[in-house]
Design a protein around this ligand. Structure first.
Ligand SMILES: Nc1ncnc2c1ncn2[C@@H]1O[C@H](COP(=O)(O)OP(=O)(O)O)[C@@H](O)[C@H]1O
Ligand SMILES: [Mg+2]
Length: 259
């Protein structure tokens, strides 16, 4: 479904992504992990279209997309949930999910949020789709509550439901577990596991090996912009190069500073 070939992206002298190839078959939950500064976020942005590669190609369902804008990629079926929460104040969880029905860029989201009272509220089809997405994400009990009143873990689930509301073929997740408490992480992990069991194709970018081990089919490990390992969670956890890369940046920020 998603094929990256020899992608390169640099910032000044730093090759943040340095010849990365990666292939995600349909129905797989692929995790992309690595220490801080490994190039995960840069690679993520290359896939979403917020950055363009200097070299290399990105194919989605056999179609070259590396020159397409994010909205055009979204229309092909690539959905994104961002690292930071973007929910609209004063709107219920359900309404926040409705916004995802037919808009993908941040600009479109904001526009749709303003249109919402006028058009969306009376739009039974969109409401129906949003209800289905809410149910898929296990959020029925909170559908009519103000989204911003809910705990962070639930807000993340609402974001995922919003992405699901557009019926994506590929869901891109950027550190969805960041900042969550233990029980919230478990719930998120269960939701991702359930979507994986439904055979939704996902690319999950995450720092934490532990979190991805529970849900990922395959894991790709980046360090210094390159793929250093690939395999099942158990395989990459046993890989010495992976252990070294993570130990080398045990404090997190030390790694980025050293580069
Ligand atoms: N916008 C940018 N400008 C300059 N350097 C950047 C920028 N984004 C990332 N980098 C550099 O690229 C490298 C990879 O960063 P990043 O993709 O954010 O890694 P990760 O998400 O794995 O922590 C780092 O050395 C970082 O400092
Ligand atoms: Mg990052």
């Amino acid at each position: 479904m998603l094929e990256l070939e020899q992608l390169v992206k640099s910032f000044g002298g730093v090759r943040a992504v340095d010849g990365v190839s990666l292939s995600v078959p349909a129905g797989e939950l692929r995790a992309l992990i690595g220490p801080n500064g490994a190039g995960k976020s840069t690679l993520f942005s290359l896939v979403t279209g917020h950055l363009r590669p200097e070299q290399g190609t990105i194919s989605f369902e056999q179609r070259r997309v590396e020159q397409l804008r994010p909205a055009a990629r979204a229309r092909l079926g690539i959905a994104i949930t961002f690292q930071t929460v973007h929910l609209f104040q004063g709107m219920t969880a359900l309404e926040n999910v409705m916004v995802g029905a037919h808009c993908w860029t941040r600009h479109e989201f904001i526009e749709a949020a303003f249109r919402l009272p006028r058009h969306f509220r009376e739009e039974p089809k969109i409401r129906e789709r949003a209800r289905a997405a809410i149910a898929r994400a296990g959020l029925e009990r909170w559908a009519e509550l103000p989204a911003e009143s809910l705990p962070l873990g639930r807000q993340r689930s609402i974001q995922i439901a919003r992405a699901l509301c557009g019926n994506p073929k590929l869901l891109l997740l950027d550190e969805p577990a960041a900042g969550l408490r233990g029980d919230e992480r478990r719930e998120l992990s269960e939701l991702l596991g359930q979507l994986r069991d439904e055979r939704l194709t996902m690319l999950l970018v995450e720092h934490d090996i532990g979190f991805v081990s529970a849900v990922a089919d395959q894991v790709t490990v980046l360090d210094l912009g390159r793929v250093i390992a690939e395999g099942t969670p158990a395989q990459v956890r046993a890989n010495e190069a992976v252990v070294d890369a993570y130990l080398g940046s045990a404090t997190g920020d030390g790694a980025a500073a050293g580069r």
